[in-house]
Design a protein around this ligand. Structure first.
Ligand code: NAD
Length: 485
């Protein structure tokens, strides 16, 4: 439904104003601020409010106070509010897209636009989903029903690679199921979240969604806090473990969406030329800063050399640059910490003399965090570039001979987020897919997501799922009701 001009007037923000916390329906400054950098040139983009521990406490108490009346609303009424929120996000869409590029680095005209548009679509569509009451038994003697009740206050903690999408993926299912929320964005990319908190404050009741920026210690306050019933966390496996440990104090529910080292397996009978562009973007989209990016590309040895040649030729046509420039395909690395990790990984590739048919050298004289598209040809299985999650635009393309062996190598990882199998013989490809120990496996396609499709990791890639009926249920308690007739 198109948003009317009158509706836009009510919710349009003026993005030049200072960034504020959203607590209890009010916009508040913090005692201190911290610098947020533009990764394209490392200039200071903005000063974000650094909330104090007292302000985090106020946000949690505001969410707690708002919970009973929000939970008591009908599902339809909450849907109305969230739909208005989607309209309000839509009214501010262009500014959110620009801000996303400025703070995160991804190209404005492609990836930033699609992230913001997909997020708004998600909010609007999730609001329409319901968890029906399930009737397990209905006899002359009694009825057994399964209901789903809200948990209370949810703490959302998000990373810096998809700050808008991963934040709103949590907000919409949390609120529609009757919970209230305190959201803490990554200190590297707080600005878009502060703005979508500000937008929420114009359309949602006070305290239903609070957005609080600051350092990692705020996350720890949330995970330890007795008034938070659940933490919905997306970030690294190392931090996910800390979240789980400190959440145990009051047996918090946790959903953990963590790291990955996804394998793509290209079988010998694949029409490989036709899939090169798809696999390129699957690995290098968002400059590889993507939990489910293809991070290990296994190609059958009979086509490996030709595949690498085609892949390099395609990759050479892609341009790394400032995401604000039209024509940029891949933006910079979002922050200096991650850039420095990549510098070290690139040094490891160089020091070990692995074959690098494209890229391989980071120009450290550039002001921005630019890293060239880099392909490593058939490094050993034990190399760091195969075993670790690089989270940057570097990909090993590894040869294999035997299907059993490649399945073993793909599964020999502490991670189990996603994977894909590519082949001409569909049944043979499905048979391989069935053997991969990951939360999602795609066959002859990749990175399809949907409102109704659960997404989560096996092993140390996470716990629980987001999206789908299962994802919605994770924001609820299961309550069994038994009635004697
Ligand atoms: P990170 O773990 O460093 O930080 C994530 C969030 O946790 C930030 O908001 C941070 O402030 C907060 N935090 C840090 N220490 C904390 C603590 N002790 N207690 C509570 N919160 C704390 O991760 P990152 O570097 O921002 O993100 C990159 C990682 O995220 C990668 O490993 C990537 O694979 C993963 N990721 C996973 C998914 C997924 O859906 N599985 C999606 C995107 C990113």
């Amino acid at each position: 439904m198109p948003t009317s001009q009158a509706a836009i007037e009510g919710v349009k923000l003026y993005f030049s104003k200072p960034y504020m916390l959203t607590i209890n329906g009010e916009l508040l400054s913090a005692p201190n601020t911290f610098d947020v950098f533009n990764p394209a040139d490392n200039t200071v983009l903005a000063h974000a409010p650094e909330a104090s521990a007292e302000q985090m406490e106020a946000a949690i108490q505001a969410a707690k106070k708002a919970f009973p009346s929000w939970a008591a609303l009908s599902w339809g009424k909450r849907c109305e509010y969230i739909t208005r929120y989607a309209d309000a996000l839509e009214a501010n869409k262009e500014d959110l897209i620009t801000l996303l590029t400025l703070e995160q680095g991804k190209p404005r005209h492609t990836m930033a636009t699609s992230e913001v548009e997909a997020s708004i679509y998600w909010v609007r569509e999730v609001a329409k989903r319901k968890i029906p009451v399930e009737v397990l038994e209905d006899t002359e003697q009694h009825t057994v029903e399964v209901h789903h009740t809200p948990l209370g206050v949810v703490g959302a903690i998000t990373p810096w690679n998809y700050p808008v999408l991963l934040g709103l993926w949590k907000v919409a299912p949390c609120l529609i199921t009757g919970n209230t929320m305190v959201l803490k964005p990554s200190p590297y990319t707080p600005l878009t979240s502060l703005r979508f908190g500000e937008i929420a404050q114009r359309v949602l009741p006070a305290g239903v969604l609070n957005v609080v920026s600051g350092g990692n210690e705020l996350g720890q306050i949330m995970t330890e806090h007795p008034d938070i019933a659940k933490i919905s966390f997306t970030g690294s496996t190392a931090t996910g473990k800390k979240v789980m440990a400190s959440g145990s104090s009051n047996l918090k529910r946790v959903t953990l969406e963590l790291g990955g080292n996804d394998a793509a397996i290209v079988l010998a009978d694949t029409d490989y030329k036709s899939i090169v562009p798809t696999l390129f973007w699957a690995a290098f989209g968002n400059s590889g800063q993507w939990c489910i990016a293809v991070k290990r590309l296994y190609v059958h040895s009979s086509i490996h050399a030709d595949f690498v040649r085609e892949f390099v030729a395609y990759a050479k046509t892609k341009k790394v640059g400032d995401g604000m420039n039209v024509g940029t395909d891949l933006g910079p690395i979002q922050n200096r910490m991650q850039y420095n990790k990549l510098v070290e990984l690139f040094d490891d590739v160089k020091n070990n003399d692995y074959r690098v048919p494209l890229g391989g050298t980071i120009d450290r004289t550039l002001a921005g965090n630019f890293v060239p598209v880099t392909i490593v040809d058939n490094p050993p299985e034990s190399s760091r570039i195969v075993q670790e999650e690089p989270f940057g635009p570097i990909l090993p393309i590894i040869a294999f001979d035997d299907v059993d062996d490649v399945v073993r190598r793909a599964n020999a990882s502490p991670f189990g987020l996603g994977g894909s199998v590519w082949g001409g013989d569909r049944d043979a490809a499905i048979a391989v897919a069935n053997r991969l120990e990951t939360g999602t496996v795609w066959v002859n396609e990749i990175h399809i997501h949907g409102i109704d499709i659960p997404f989560g990791g096996h092993k140390q890639s996470g716990m629980g799922v987001e999206n789908g009926h299962e994802g919605l249920c994770e924001f609820t308690n299961t309550k069994t009701l038994m009635l004697k007739k």
